[in-house]
Each structure stands twice: as structure tokens, then as C-alpha cells.
Design a binder for this molecule. Structure first.
Ligand code: NAD
Length: 332
């Protein structure tokens, strides 16, 4: 069989090569270009393709895949909203995704960010850069004395809970679906408002759906404890950025760790040359603050996760070819 992998980054290539060595029966082509109207021709003769891109998988590209007899399309990520579903159905292409490549990567990142905030690492780094080695005024907080409110207890939320508990924090949680083990531990509160009222730290792990767009807005912040810490390694749209800036200004929010930002597309994972070139004043405002840590959507970016994204997608493509199905099949 032949698999053409598109959009292979330099950091993915060693894992792709390793997979190819371990699967000598499969011809593997690693293409660094994304899949589009121009590059789709490279899929000629392939049984399956492996892809990962924010750019749309358009009807014209998918029709071409169908014309070339490509039967399988395996995503190295989760999201399928940029795929033209009608074209997929029309061409009878089977699609797989990778729903979890390392929930622990995102969970560890989240707690690392919180610890950096609580221990004032950014404040000390700035002082040290100016030769100021004094302690005051950056007195830290301890996580073991805090209540952490975990909003959404899916794969990542549950991995984060384990780590928070390891630090000795009290954890409470909210989710529209209750995980039976956490339920048995009595971890759930009934409403987001209860979570807001009781938490010293709010750790967001919900997907971006219409119901929770800007869920953290002025009203939500007003229901939180004074000096709450906010962590968002989930999706930018969960937070109303203007409301967060107001809550930071007033001191309602003590600080925030943000791996995602509502207007991140086109900015994150790009080298813009200088801080001044960042074309977003609200983002720069957040980044300049000592009590805010902004990172460009890197929580997932670990060796284990990147390897899993490549391996799980390649394995799914091979499974589809050999057995006609895969445990990672997506329904359209
Ligand atoms: P998951 O599907 O395992 O869990 C999602 C949980 O959210 C489920 O328990 C679900 O019941 C709950 N949920 C859905 N809608 C809700 C709502 N309106 N209110 C409360 N709970 C709700 O997902 P996951 O793998 O744990 O991922 C969680 C989030 O992390 C997703 O938004 C994902 O996009 C994001 N993520 C970020 C990165 C990164 O690098 N920063 C990487 C992977 C995933």
C-alpha cells in the first residue's frame, strides 16, 4: 500500500521516518506541503493520505482525491470542521482522526503555567534582567492551600485533576456530563456559578461550542473570588478578552495563563520578527503584564504528542487499508 503524508513539519519527519522503517510493507511519501488544489496531484496512486492543516479541505480537493482513487484520509489532529463533509460522502472516502495524542501534555503544561504564576517567575525574570535580586514585593502563593475549579472533566481535565491533587490542592469540578469516578469522589458542583464562587484557580478544559463562547465574561468574573487565577489551555473563544483585561485591571483576577487566544489565527506559530510587529493590541497588552503568561498554543507540543499524532494517523490509515475499518473512524 502507499500513504502520502501532507504538511509534514521538520519536527514530525523523524517520527514519520521511524514509522516507515517499522512498516516496510507500506510505501510512505512525506510531503512538506499542505493539501490543496495544487498539491493534491501528489496523492495519485496512493491508497490513503495523512493530513493536518487549519486550511480547508475543499470539495474540489476531495473530488480530486476521489478521482485518483484515494480511499482513506487520516487526520493527525482532532478537528474535522474544515473538511467538506458532502464531498467526503460523495466520494466515499473514509476519514479517521486522533482524538487524544497526549492529554497529559496539556495537563502538565496547565499546571506548569499555574506554578510559574504563583511563584512569580515572570516578575523575577524581569527583575533579574535589571540586576535586581531582591525578594520583595513578589511574595508567592502555594497551590496546596488552594481550591482548583476544573471546568470540564474530559481527558485533559481528568489528567489535570490528578496533578492538582498531587500538589495537595482541593479540586472541585463542573461538567455537563459527570464522570462516574469523579462523581463517586463527590467532586462535582452543580453549576458553573458554584465553581466560580468557590475556586481560587479556574482551569478551563471545555471544547469551543456555541454555548460556552465567551463563558468567562464580565458577569462570570463578578461571581468569582477576588484574586482568582485563570488558566485557559482549551480554546480562545471561551474567554471574552476585553472582560479579562478589565478583571486584571481591577485585581479581580490575580493573573492568567493563556495558551490560546480568541484571535490567535495568523499570529500564533509565526515568527513576526519583533514584539512591535504583533498585529494585535489586546494580545500585546496581555503579554506585557507580569501576571499573565501567554504562549502560542504550545500545550500539546511535546515529543510524545507529536510522535503519537504521526503514529496514530499512520496506523489508522494502514488499518483502514488492511481491515476496511479503524477505531479512529469519524462519522460524517
Ligand atoms: P474531551 O472531549 O475529552 O472532554 C471535553 C469535556 O468537556 C467533556 O467531558 C464534555 O462533557 C465537556 N463539555 C462539553 N461542553 C461543555 C460545556 N458547555 N460545559 C461544560 N462541559 C462541557 O476533550 P479534551 O481532549 O479533554 O480537550 C479539552 C479541550 O482542550 C478542547 O477544547 C481542546 O480543543 C483543547 N485542547 C487544547 C490543546 C492545546 O494545545 N492547547 C490541545 C488539545 C486539546
Amino acid at each position: 500500500m502507499k500513504i502520502v503524508a501532507y504538511g509534514i513539519r521538520d519536527d514530525e519527519r523523524p517520527f514519520l521516518n521511524q514509522w516507515a522503517e517499522e512498516n516496510p510493507s507500506v510505501e510512505v511519501i512525506g510531503n512538506s506541503e499542505l493539501l490543496d488544489d495544487e498539491t493534491v496531484v501528489d496523492a495519485k496512486g496512493a491508497d490513503g493520505i495523512v493530513v493536518y492543516q487549519q486550511k480547508p479541505y475543499t470539495a474540489s480537493v476531495i473530488d480530486k482525491l476521489g478521482e485518483y482513487g484515494v480511499k482513506f484520509m487520516s487526520l493527525r489532529n482532532v478537528g474535522i470542521d474544515n473538511i467538506d463533509a458532502d464531498a467526503i460522502k460523495r466520494n466515499g472516502i473514509l476519514v479517521t482522526n486522533v482524538p487524544a495524542y497526549s492529554p497529559e501534555a496539556i495537563a502538565e503544561y496547565t499546571v506548569a503555567t499555574l506554578m510559574a504564576l504563583l511563584r512569580r517567575f515572570k516578575n523575577f525574570a524581569h527583575k533579574e534582567a535589571n540586576g535586581n535580586m531582591k525578594w520583595a514585593p513578589d511574595l508567592a502563593d502555594e497551590l496546596n492551600q488552594m481550591t482548583v475549579g476544573v471546568y470540564a472533566t474530559g481527558k485533559i481535565g481528568r489528567a489535570a485533576i490528578k496533578i492538582y491533587q498531587g500538589f495537595g490542592a482541593k479540586v472541585i469540578a463542573y461538567d455537563i456530563f459527570h464522570n462516574p469516578e469523579l462523581e463517586a469522589e463527590g467532586m462535582y458542583v452543580d453549576t458553573p456559578e458554584e465553581l466560580y464562587a468557590q475556586s481560587d484557580v479556574i482551569s478551563l478544559h471545555a471544547p469551543a461550542v456555541a454555548e460556552n463562547e465567551h463563558m468567562l465574561n464580565d458577569e462570570a468574573f463578578s461571581k468569582m473570588k477576588d484574586g482568582v487565577w485563570i488558566l485557559n489551555p482549551a480554546r480562545g473563544s471561551l474567554i471574552d478578552t476585553d472582560a479579562l483585561l478589565r478583571a486584571l485591571d481591577s485585581g479581580k483576577v490575580a493573573g492568567a495563563g493563556l495558551d490560546v487566544y480568541e484571535d490567535e489565527v495568523g499570529i500564533f506559530n509565526n515568527d513576526l520578527g519583533s514584539f512591535d510587529n504583533i498585529p494585535d493590541e489586546r494580545l500585546k497588552n496581555l503579554m506585557k503584564r507580569e501576571n499573565v503568561i501567554v504562549t502560542p498554543h504550545i500545550a500539546f507540543y511535546t515529543k510524545k504528542a507529536v510522535k503519537n499524532m504521526v503514529y496514530f494517523a499512520m496506523n489508522a490509515s494502514k488499518d483502514l487499508n488492511e481491515t476496511g475499518t479503524s477505531d479512529k473512524l469519524v462519522k460524517f
